[in-house]
Design a protein around this ligand. Structure first.
Ligand SMILES: [Zn+2]
Ligand SMILES: [Zn+2]
Length: 200
């Protein structure tokens, strides 16, 4: 227990992490938090070999109260909460944020007794181990792009839903809702967005 508390202090004391929406010692009855079994399983699978004792403790879900923060990791409870707005951006963005936060839990699990810089070498190593080397240090949603003029539409060949984009995505991204409905939330090329140029 002492170790966990020390870990929490490390986490919160850095000043760079957003505090949980509710302090851990208060019941979370009024929250808008919803656990997501698919993402939770993905997170657990990702660390199962890296940290077998951590994996089964991990909780992942959505917090609809988040505004500009993409995701938070709450060390004490091994929780990851994501902003539902990520789903409107892309499946890729959801997964990237999930792994970013998971790297925080993994780094703290490995180095719990030490005072860690939030995005220091231990976190960066965890990112490499989770397959996201060079991950950025921000926890903010990529909202800046939304204020720019959207020149492209990404259209899902499955459900036909489309999303405006400022530029063509560099990596392959697919429709989150279709991937969740038809492929257990895993990327599926059948639902890869078609890029449509908008004429001005
Ligand atoms: Zn971070
Ligand atoms: Zn779709």
């Amino acid at each position: 227990m002492r170790r966990i508390l020390a870990g929490l202090r490390t986490f919160v004391g850095s000043g760079l992490f957003q505090m949980p929406d509710h302090p851990p010692n208060r019941p979370a009855s009024r929250t808008s938090k919803t656990r997501d079994p698919v993402l939770e399983q993905r997170a657990r699978d990702m660390v199962r070999e890296l940290a077998p004792s951590l994996a089964p403790l991990i909780v992942v879900g959505w917090n609809s109260r988040m505004r500009t923060t993409a995701g938070v990791a709450i060390a004490l409870h091994r929780e990851i909460w994501l902003n539902p707005a990520l789903r409107e951006i892309s499946l890729e963005e959801v997964d990237r944020t999930l792994l970013h936060e998971l790297a925080h839990l993994l780094a703290l699990h490995r180095h719990g007794r030490r005072r860690l810089a939030p995005h220091g070498p231990e976190w960066q190593q965890a990112c490499r181990d989770l397959g996201i080397p060079g991950e950025g240090r921000t926890h903010q949603l990529p909202f800046t792009a939304r204020r720019m003029k959207r020149r492209y539409l990404l259209r899902c060949p499955g459900c036909g839903e489309s999303h405006g984009r400022v530029r063509v995505p560099r990596r392959r991204i697919a429709c989150l809702s279709c991937c969740r409905t038809h492929n257990r939330g895993i990327y599926d090329d059948r639902f890869r967005f078609e890029v449509i140029r908008i004429e001005e």
